[in-house]
Ligand binder design. Structure first.
Ligand SMILES: NC(=O)c1ccc[n+]([C@@H]2O[C@H](COP(=O)([O-])OP(=O)(O)OC[C@H]3O[C@@H](n4cnc5c(N)ncnc54)[C@H](OP(=O)(O)O)[C@@H]3O)[C@@H](O)[C@H]2O)c1
Length: 334
């Protein structure tokens, strides 16, 4: 891999794309040249990068000639169509959509957990589901120490997880409610302002949603743990940015709170904020725009043997998307 790669961001104008550009700059990724791609609607738009601006180009079949690394965040359909074309042109794709995550020929990577999997890529590397990535930042170190059998979890997912349009929807609805105007909906099936929706992604015949099953399916692949089980309820909440997850985890080995705390304090990319007496625990409001995730509310689970409960929060636009993608790109140029 070129040490100063030509990098493309596909979906550069979106909620994740904007964060990818910022993250490349903030982490001083050695970008040789930056190409920004989006739909025809955005062609000609200028986006800031370092001290200048880069003009957005329309994504086309021949967009990837000469590009070394392409960070994709324009949805599954675009990834399915264009990622194989980019890979054929010799570009390494880091894909944020769910299109290739469970493909056995595609590594699915959280660098703090399975960075070595980057090595066996064949042109496409998948970035995990945001809720799964944030949960695993706390769960994986505990699994490595005590052997996780299964988890029960509920997520509290920010609207920015649905993209730029959903951020605008929450803003508009809050304004409408405050002004006592009729609330209008475009993105979610129900009002999200001053409400919570136990519905993220589409429903499966089992009654779970696709999003809920990503925790078990992607968790197994990332942790190399084929028997890992996860029963999850995913909930959309009127938070702009940063997801939180309440987890009850059952382990093979006995796990005391003290031993778990020692493990979590040493975990990369994770802060421990756990002082209930002072009302200190991870809060999405304060984890927005931060690279590290945070864990707290650690306690013995009173309903199972060898169980621990915890609460983990993290910026899903960063660790759940842009940051993780740039970290994968960093592995590629190492
Ligand atoms: N939001 C998150 O927290 C998050 C986390 C993990 C993964 N992801 C995944 O990342 C992807 C993008 O999510 P997002 O939240 O950033 O969505 P978004 O804000 O709606 O942005 C979508 C991006 O895709 C571009 N796009 C749409 N149609 C296109 C086309 N036909 N050709 C080229 N570009 C096109 C858009 O360009 P225009 O502006 O020109 O329309 C925009 O740049 C999705 O696959 C999502 O599942 C999102």
């Amino acid at each position: 891999m070129n040490r100063n790669p030509h990098v493309a961001v596909v979906g550069a104008t979106g909620a994740v794309g904007i964060e990818m550009i910022k993250t490349l700059e903030q982490r001083q990724f050695p970008v040789g040249k930056l190409t920004l791609l989006a739909s025809a609607r955005s062609a000609g738009k200028k986006l800031p990068y370092k001290d200048s601006e880069v003009t957005v180009q329309e994504l086309k079949q021949d967009s990837f000639k000469g590009i070394d690394i392409a960070l994709f965040s324009a949805g599954g359909a675009i990834s399915r169509e264009f990622a194989p074309i980019a890979a054929k042109d010799g570009c390494v794709v880091v894909d944020n959509s769910s299109a290739f995550r469970m493909d056995t020929a595609v590594p699915l990577v959280v660098p703090e957990i399975n960075a070595a999997d980057v090595k066996w890529h064949k042109g496409i590397i998948a970035n995990p589901n945001c809720t799964t990535a944030i949960t695993l930042m706390a769960l994986y170190p505990l699994h490595a120490a005590f052997g996780c059998k299964r988890i029960f979890a509920s997520s509290y997912q920010a609207v920015s997880g649905t993209g730029a349009k959903a951020i605008a929807e929450l803003e508009r609805q809050v304004d409408q409610v405050v002004k006592r105007q009729p609330v209008t909906r475009e993105v979610y099936p129900h009002q999200i302002a001053f409400n919570v929706l136990p519905h993220v992604d589409s429903f499966l015949p089992t009654g779970y949603t696709k999003e809920e099953m990503k925790m078990e399916n992607e968790g197994r692949k990332i942790m190399h743990h084929p028997t890992f089980k996860a029963s999850v309820t995913c909930v959309r909440v009127p938070v702009y940015r940063a997801h939180s997850v309440a987890v009850s985890a059952e382990f093979e080995k006995p796990a005391t709170v003290e031993a778990a705390l020692e493990v979590l304090k040493k975990a990369p990319g994770l802060d421990v904020i756990d002082n209930p007496a002072k009302c200190e625990y991870p809060l999405p409001l304060y984890l927005a725009q931060r690279y590290n995730c945070a864990v707290g509310r650690l306690r013995k689970d009173c309903a199972m043997d060898n169980g621990l409960c915890f609460w983990v929060s993290g910026d899903q636009l960063l660790k759940g998307a842009a940051l993780n993608a740039v970290q994968i790109a960093e592995e590629l140029v190492k």
